[in-house]
Write a protein that binds this ligand. Structure first.
Ligand SMILES: [Zn+2]
Length: 263
């Protein structure tokens, strides 16, 4: 009898434990990791997160998932939810390898989220956040001050200067930062529309759209030195040279990927 009571209480205890695990948020669930990474990377803009959504400091709630199953690559690019932003893992620290077909980590950008952080340039909400950043070789560039992006770029610039004179030709003249427009061939905005991206010297750049004959697919090519790439990546930026749809002189401030990789 005692044994049966012991057994039953054991089962009840196990069931209670299981129920509790199911109700309470799980610290290592995939969605929770997204919320944690976004809050760490955008601390002034993300006030809270749980298993289903993040809450912005303006009170707006953004769900991780839009519940659309089996999105195509094009659909993910056109209207990515927060889940889609982390769909592919950004490969920090590796060399310039040829990306697999449609491997574009970081090209999925959820506009409601970035509008809340940087503003929507079509409503004039980005211009008032633009500041001057001391670039290299006496040049200055305009960059957004939202989320400390300008400070991150300043750090990059000081580290780039230490690489020495042989690297300057890749860095100046720059080919643009803030540009309020949609990406060619899409309705979406790149980080240039938020003032949080920089194009280095296009004379040393490669861009997939410049490849004339794409009948045999996209052929990866890169001349950007990895010393430059590493400095950007160590300071919260990602590199367009990691993408199948490559853009090797493009860097954008996306600190959520470092956070995601590190937790
Ligand atoms: Zn660019």
């Amino acid at each position: 009898m005692k044994r049966i009571v012991f057994l039953i209480s054991g089962i009840v205890f196990a069931a209670a434990l299981l129920a509790q695990t199911m109700v309470h948020s799980q610290p290592n669930s995939p969605t929770n990791k997204i919320g944690r990474s976004l809050k760490a990377a955008y601390p002034k803009y993300v006030s809270a997160y749980d298993d289903a959504s993040i809450t912005l400091n303006n009170g707006q709630k953004l769900n991780y998932s839009d519940d659309i199953a089996n999105k195509t690559h094009e659909a993910r690019l056109e209207s990515p939810d927060l889940d889609d932003m982390f769909w592919q893992t950004y490969p920090f620290g590796v060399g310039a390898t040829v990306p697999a077909t449609d491997f574009d980590p970081g090209r999925y950008r959820n506009s409601p989220f970035f509008d809340a952080v940087y503003g929507n340039c079509f409503n004039g909400a980005v211009d008032n956040k633009m500041v001057s950043v001391r670039w290299v070789n006496g040049a200055n560039v305009r960059f957004t001050s939202a989320n400390g992006a300008n400070i991150a770029l300043e750090r990059v610039a000081r580290e780039l200067e230490r690489l020495g004179p042989s690297f300057v030709r890749y860095l100046v003249p720059t080919s643009g930062t803030y540009n309020c427009r949609v990406i060619a061939g899409t309705n979406t905005r790149s980080m240039h529309a938020y003032g949080a991206a920089i194009d280095l010297n296009s004379s040393y750049g490669e861009y997939w759209r410049w490849q004339k004959d794409k009948s045999k697919g996209i052929r990866y090519n890169n001349r950007m030195p990895m010393e430059i790439v590493r400095i950007f990546e160590n300071n919260g930026f990602i590199w367009g040279g990691r993408w199948y749809h490559y853009d090797t002189f493009h860097f954008e401030y996306r600190p959520e990927f470092r956070e995601y990789a590190g937790n």
